[in-house]
Design a protein around this ligand. Structure first.
Ligand SMILES: *Cc1c(COP(=O)(O)O)cnc(C)c1O
Length: 477
């Protein structure tokens, strides 16, 4: 036998059993701090990990004895318990400046919307019953009415997210006899982060994709030439997360609607983000570039317009479909709707958010306020944070002009001027500090750039400034 085989044989003999670890007095307190099943799982994983290290020739008997006798055992298991405690959804401080950060849950809701959601979550509520007559009704009757008032559409229906909205739309029009083709511009076959690709959704919805035009130019004549016996829908998709610049041409929703009417074909426009504006709400457009507005899209005459609830709209995760009465009724009749419909909690949050818009209080919605904040308005906060961190050892702290991004593919190419706190440590790597901040209580997410942390006040909510400062202090001091 080779000496390596001998060494691993020794090591295998030294591997403790679960039983031995369970009775190890050094681990008793640690083990008691988590449910027994979880603890057993950690012990099993540890033994398995060591076993594979031995198999791979990376762990010999001497090293393993050292681990068993020394602090390694307790350290490794404490780390596992730490990861367990930090797992799952918890509140975080978003100091990245990305307002609609998909990884951090997109739009933070208005406190009144959040409260409405909390209340109905813990109680019974009027969901599918009419309070006046006591008769059964539709859970989203009120929501459709609010959407109608807000967007100028004839009707509306809401599903789980915008991806579900697109799916419902395609699946519904597919069910029309032999018509199984959807015509879309080649330049609009977008992939939105997190694996939502328009062509893939179409395929799963059972439709045949008919691409028209070229990557940079599509004209209405291209749609007209492609329309035929098998066409079920003419569709337009907002290229949310990229821009084609230069020699470009795209079909306007108005042209699409006119062609649809002429050919007797339904039309749809997936806006993605959906900039919603009431008559009196201060518009976001100056900061949002040429992001299309829901009202304009509806007014263009396309049958169905869809957009996300948790992007620029600033509500809970959902996907709205608004448009012509008959078109929306067809979506509602599709049995697939049942699988995509909203729960009471989300409906409550959406209703409250729409009511805020309709009461001309849309600018109070946190994500909108964050997007509108100017660099001048953000600077004092950056200065206060910098002042609170300047005394930290080994740190260079400054306040510098930067740019924040809206996020979520909303308004690509739009950069919002801001002031950030730049913090560089003379000995510790910025990426390591950022990792420590993510493990803080509450966790803090920051940008890392050129070996420094950038703390952008744009995406901070009330109370976050103090949380951010104390997290950075605890990680560095
Ligand atoms: C974001 C986006 C979607 C998906 O929206 P979700 O609400 O995240 O499901 C669909 N289409 C477009 C054009 C988008 O920008």
């Amino acid at each position: 036998m080779s000496s390596r085989a001998d060494a691993s044989k020794d090591a295998f003999r030294l591997l403790p059993s679960i039983e031995e670890l369970l009775h190890d007095p050094r681990l008793r307190e640690l083990g008691a701090s988590v449910p027994r099943e979880v603890w057993l799982g950690f012990l099993r994983e540890l033994i398995e990990r060591w076993r594979s290290e031995i198999k791979a020739g990376k762990l010999d008997g001497a090293t393993l004895s050292g681990r068993l006798a020394g602090p390694a055992l307790v350290t490794e298991l404490s780390a596992a318990i730490g990861r367990e405690r930090r797992a799952g959804i918890v509140r975080v401080v978003n100091a990245t400046g990305v307002v609609l950060h998909t990884g951090l849950g997109r739009a933070p809701l208005h406190p009144e919307a959040a409260a409405a959601m909390g209340t109905v979550a813990g109680s019974y509520c009027v969901l599918e019953v009419d309070r006046e007559s006591g008769e059964r009704n539709q859970r989203d009757d009120r929501l459709s009415e609010l959407l109608r008032r807000m967007t100028g559409a004839e009707a509306g229906i809401v599903v789980n997210n915008c991806a579900a909205a697109v799916y419902l739309l395609l699946n519904t029009y597919l069910a029309r006899g032999k018509r199984d083709e959807v015509i879309v511009s080649r330049g609009e076959l977008v992939e939105i982060g997190g694996s939502f690709r328009v062509p893939d959704v179409m395929e799963r919805a059972g439709v045949v994709l008919r691409e028209v035009g070229t990557t940079n130019r599509t004209r209405i004549a291209d749609y007209r030439a492609a329309a035929g016996e098998r066409t079920s829908l003419l569709m337009k998709v907002h290229t949310s997360n990229f821009r084609v610049e230069g020699f470009t041409e795209e079909v306007t929703p108005r042209e699409l609607a006119e062609l649809g009417r002429e050919l007797g074909l339904p039309t749809a426009f997936d806006l993605g983000s959906g900039l919603i504006e009431g008559d009196d709400v201060e518009p976001l457009p100056e900061v949002m570039g040429d992001e299309p507005r829901v009202r304009d899209a509806v007014a263009s005459g396309v049958d169905i317009v869809c957009f996300s609830g948790d992007k620029l709209f600033g509500g809970p995760q959902s996907g709205m479909l608004v448009g012509k009465r008959a078109a929306i009724a067809a979506l509602r009749k599709n049995p697939v709707y049942r699988a995509l419909r909203l729960d009471k909690v989300t409906i409550a949050g959406l209703e409250r958010t729409l009511e805020l818009y309709l009461a001309d209080r849309g600018d109070e919605i946190p994500s909108r306020a964050m997007l509108r904040a100017t660099a001048d308005e953000l600077r004092p906060c950056a200065e206060r944070i910098a002042a609170a961190l300047r005394s930290l050892p080994d740190c260079t702290v400054s306040v510098v002009p930067e740019r924040s991004q809206p996020g979520s593919g909303a308004a690509p190419g739009v950069f919002l001027p801001t002031w950030v706190v730049r913090l560089a440590h003379s000995r510790r790597k910025a990426a390591h500090l950022a990792a420590d901040l993510r493990r803080a209580e509450p966790p803090v997410f920051v940008r890392v750039q050129d070996e420094a942390l950038l703390l952008d006040p744009r995406s901070l909510l009330p109370g976050d400034e103090e949380r951010l400062v104390s997290a950075v202090r605890s990680v560095i001091a």
